[in-house]
Design a protein around this ligand. Structure first.
Ligand SMILES: C[S@@+](CC[C@H](N)C(=O)[O-])C[C@H]1O[C@@H](n2cnc3c(N)ncnc32)[C@H](O)[C@@H]1O
Length: 286
């Protein structure tokens, strides 16, 4: 589609739109980011036949459904890659995964949640490492279907990519290891598809971290990585408490390298493994 006009946003419209985005997703759009809103929402503005951002905001107030989802989707930042953050994935291989394999020997399901999974690289990376570690364990290893990975995101467009399990050469080149590519993907022309066994333990679902986590149940391991940075301090604090309530007593949490619960809650204690911080419910947190 070719657009013959690019609509600039006024200060007042910018404030209305960023308030709307914050209310519905928790995402904070900082001062001076008018260009971001303009760039990401101009297509939607034209498609929804609005003459300006004020009209778009009026429609959003009335719509509450598909248009709202489309706008929030466009305002998310979905940067991700395979095995993102070497220290974290080393700690996963050396510490978290052995503990989860051990648990799977005595538990019918070990539950993992990738809470802002973007296009799926994070949950699939975890599933591949689990299967590799299982293979190394030999005969006594628990079957792969003892593990269930729930992968959620607010953005329907990233989830639709994640569900296909298909990635371009470019996406693969961003962190995928050669041995894992060989072992866990089926090559289809110019793209690579995650093998059925790996896809079989990952379930994708649209979920907004602003909602109650009550319906999700308890998890043995939660990854909530590189998403809290977009939220207000108040929402970070709320989400840390909800994450704590969603963890099994002996569960573990991983957050992004630039994120920390310090100053938001005392319900977690930090453990450092291979240079990466992991969090578990602190003894006094109940
Ligand atoms: C930068 S990506 C991080 C992806 C992955 N966790 C990683 O570390 O590579 C942040 C993701 O958070 C999602 N997100 C933003 N706000 C959200 C919310 N309120 N609820 C759920 N997901 C959200 C975005 O759609 C985006 O895919």
């Amino acid at each position: 589609m070719v657009f013959d006009c690019f609509m600039a946003i006024t200060k007042e419209e910018f404030n209305l739109i960023r308030q709307f985005v914050h209310e519905h997703s928790g995402i904070l759009i900082g001062d001076g980011k008018e260009y971001l809103v303009e760039n990401r929402l101009n297509v939607i503005l034209v498609q929804s036949k609005c003459d300006n951002f004020f009209q778009l905001h009026e429609k959003l107030k009335k719509d509450g459904g598909p248009l709202c989802i489309e706008v929030i989707d466009a305002m998310t930042t979905n940067e991700t890659l395979w095995f993102r953050d070497t220290s974290f994935f080393t700690s996963l291989s050396n510490f978290v995964i052995p503990a989860l394999l051990e648990k799977a020997l005595s538990k019918p399901k070990v539950r993992i949640w990738s809470a802002a999974c973007s296009t799926g690289q994070e949950p699939y990376s975890v599933a591949m490492l689990l299967d590799q570690a299982r293979g190394a364990m030999g005969k006594g290893a628990p079957p792969l279907d003892r593990f269930a990975i729930l992968a959620t995101d607010i953005s329907p467009s990233v989830l639709s990519i994640a569900r296909t399990g298909r990635y371009s050469q470019l996406a693969i080149s961003r962190g995928m290891r050669a041995a894992f590519l060989e072992r866990f993907f089926v090559h289809h022309g110019s793209s690579y598809e995650v093998a059925p066994a790996i896809r079989g333990i990952v379930t994708f679902r649209q979920f907004n971290l602003k909602e109650s986590f009550g319906s999700l149940g308890l998890f043995d391991f939660i990854l909530c990585r590189n998403v809290l940075i977009y939220f207000s301090n108040e929402l970070k604090s709320e989400i840390y408490h909800k994450l704590h309530q969603s963890l099994e007593k002996d569960g573990m949490l991983s957050i992004g390298a630039s994120e920390s619960p310090r100053g938001y809650t005392t319900v977690f204690e930090q453990i450092m493994v291979d240079g990466a911080a992991l969090y578990r419910p602190s003894a006094h947190s109940g």
